[in-house]
Design a protein around this ligand. Sequence first.
Ligand code: HAM
Length: 438
Amino acid sequence: MSINKIKGTYDVLPKDIQLWQRLEDVIKNVSKIYNFKEIRTPIFEKSELFHRGVGEGTDIITKETYTFDDRGKRSVTLRPEGTAGVVRSYIENKLYANNQAVTKLYYTGPMFRYERPQKGRYRQFMQFGAEAFGSYSPLLDAEVIAYSTTILRAINLNNVIVKINSLGCNESKKNYTKALVDYFTPVIGDLCHDCNERLKTNPLRILDCKVDKDSPHFMNVPKMYDHLTEESKLHFDKVISYLDEMGINYEIDPMLVRGLDYYTETVFELVSMDDTLGAQNAVGGGGRYNNLVKDLDGPDIGACGFAFGLDRLILALENQELEKEYIHLFMMALGDNTKAKALSIVNRCRLGGLIVELDFLDKGMKGQFKQADKSNARYIAILGDDELQKGTINIKNQTTKEQVTINIDELYEYIVKDLTANSNSSCECSSCSENGGE
Ligand code: HAM
């Protein structure tokens, strides 16, 4: 019997890769704009890191980790999320030293959670995440939220809202936890088994209960904002005002607590309003975590971050029509003598960032035109013996069908200029963007 993949995992086949690559390109480009630098950390870490980092009482740690002893009898865990590993690396490599500015890091990679698989929920899934260290300023919270929404905008995923809330500082959290315990203790018998446990271990998590969310006891739950210290209120109000200033749409959700223990102050989630995702409609989430670096034995430093589930973004994007793949130029060389010159021009164009193809099968003119059509070339350059002798080349714009003859050594400049002039061009190559094109 053949061996099949493990439940909750999937293969990305070549036919589906275009969407993934497009998403990864956008992530890289937007990260550059926000000046976040890529970091790569191991996919497994000492189990203790996640116990201390993510939190003992969370579902992720109690029910979902892949934890095992290695052959040296050390307990290791496949990372269920990226933040703890990045914080570990930040501390271990002293990335905070000699750096007065904020350290901004991003990562993509597989994460592992033993959850019940369904559409949009896997046991191995891909996250893109970002973490910014070294500031308590609400500006950083707003910057991180803006970064996440810019990514959504860049992939044209518009039907997503930012849900936002504040858990406040340690003192605010303590105040609110007490208010919750007082509120839920008399009625806890009406709630599910997990909520009964949460009341003892982590009362905030009761608000996140999927079983009891429609219970009448949830209608009049004390409001988190009312239990924030003045400082935490001010922090949250500022974050909100910065979002307003940037025109970022959000919805304050007083019940939003998030599933990881490390958060303080701002928490947020990016929720798709599209039906495609069904129940798993949170495409991303994050928040501020001012205690985590210190709790993992690093300096006392504020930090803030978020992560997207790339699988969910892909599902949401599958409904969008993809642009047909194209190349910028098909170079037609007619006759043996022209091949060397054609190849050197092709090389020049590729060095400049254009996607170029040519004939390797010694086809005639008709065959080469067919190849150019198949590869969806924006331009076709035609070099015959006559042109070679005169030092010219014919170039045909496949969109306008116009054909011109130009100096052979100006082909690259001609194409870049023409692409740039055409403001509807959706070309994303470095040549066009560097030259002011789209
Ligand atoms: P999280 O909310 O646990 O946050 O995960 C972030 C995103 O990963 C979710 O919104 C969801 O899109 C995706 N995701 C989570 N579990 C699964 C799954 N089983 N299958 C598919 N997608 C999934 C974190 O992980 C935090 N580390 C985010 C963060 C970074 N907070 C601060 N910095």
